[in-house]
Write a protein that binds this ligand. Structure first.
Ligand code: SF4
Length: 295
């Protein structure tokens, strides 16, 4: 199924909207998890932090304000339906333009700089930014876009270790717990703890990041990994780090694990933390111009 220029224009507009809306509207599953954590919280300071979070969420929605000042690193996961005849270069161009327009037209703070000279184009774009991951879905005529503006407080809390097979499952669990405890208040807890297990070093880290985008309440379909998610969450919430690291019962809202097969002599594990605001937005686009926005 071929697409026209209007399709690329639509992708550009949608990417602009995804960026702006994601900063103002927190996903409903995240709001519900924060409400539940606030109700459960037994420490006074923790309850106060949760109440500030809920106020910020409300201001974002009702006053058209961004929930946190950090506009993040723009990251897209784009699933291309196998029936679509798409020009990849034009698709990338549309995504980049949408990102730039969100920054200029809203306007948003551009958080993107060159790594050495710290030069800022004021467009939220630069060399290899936005980050775009492409994948393909057989027998589909949809374009699915998932967007995340990844804040630096949580992104700086990214960790990879190339364990060896002898470290086993115990080594994986130990590594995850050590990183969460070491991160303390820095990723603005309560976090979603994304864990990648297996693959190559780059794939492992990529899985950890993608794991943080899974809706809260979802489990890994593999019962062994689902049990590990639950066990790690229980252990993390016993640390008492709490909201903003000031002490409390909820340090993480969830642990999400994604895995890949790996080399016989490798046992990689990666951790990527997502902060409490856990912003993400999705869009489905069809070649006839229909769009559907969601979380
Ligand atoms: S880590 Fe998240 S909540 Fe904290 S400052 Fe960054 S974007 Fe905001």
């Amino acid at each position: 199924m071929g697409v026209t220029q209007q399709f690329y224009d639509l992708v550009e507009n949608v990417c602009r909207d995804l960026y702006i809306q994601s900063l103002k509207e927190i996903p409903p599953d995240v709001i519900a998890a924060i409400r539940r954590a606030a109700e459960r919280e037994t420490k006074e300071v923790g309850r106060r932090i949760f109440s500030h979070y809920l106020q910020s969420i409300d201001l974002g929605r009702t006053q058209n304000m961004i929930v946190c000042q950090d506009t993040g690193i723009p990251i897209y996961w784009v699933d291309i339906g196998g029936n679509l005849e798409i020009n990849g270069a034009r698709l990338t161009e549309a995504i980049v333009k949408g990102t730039e327009r969100a920054t200029r037209e809203h306007p948003l703070r551009s958080s993107i700089v060159s790594p050495l000279g710290r030069k800022n184009r004021q467009t939220s774009t630069g060399e290899r930014i936005p980050v775009i991951h492409y994948d393909f879905v057989p027998d589909s005529d949809e374009l699915n876009i998932l967007f995340m503006p990844k804040g630096s407080g949580s992104e700086n809390m990214s960790f990879l270790k190339m364990l060896v097979p002898a470290d086993g499952v115990a080594g994986i669990k130990r590594f995850v717990l050590e990183q969460v405890v070491g991160a303390g208040a820095k990723p603005c807890p309560p976090t979603i703890v994304g864990v990648g297990i297996g693959g190559s070093s780059d794939l492992c880290m990529s899985l950890a990041k993608k794991a943080t985008t899974r809706p809260l309440g979802s489990k890994n379909p593999d019962p062994e990994l689902a049990a590990m998610e639950e066990e790690l969450l229980g252990a993390i919430n016993q640390t008492g780090i709490g909201p903003q690291g000031l002490g409390g019962d909820t340090t993480a809202l969830a642990v999400h694990i994604e895995s890949a097969w790996t080399h016989i002599t490798c046992n990689p594990v990666a951790v990527n933390l997502q902060c409490w605001r856990a912003e993400r937005r999705r869009a489905k686009i069809w070649p006839d111009g229909r769009t559907e926005l969601g979380f």
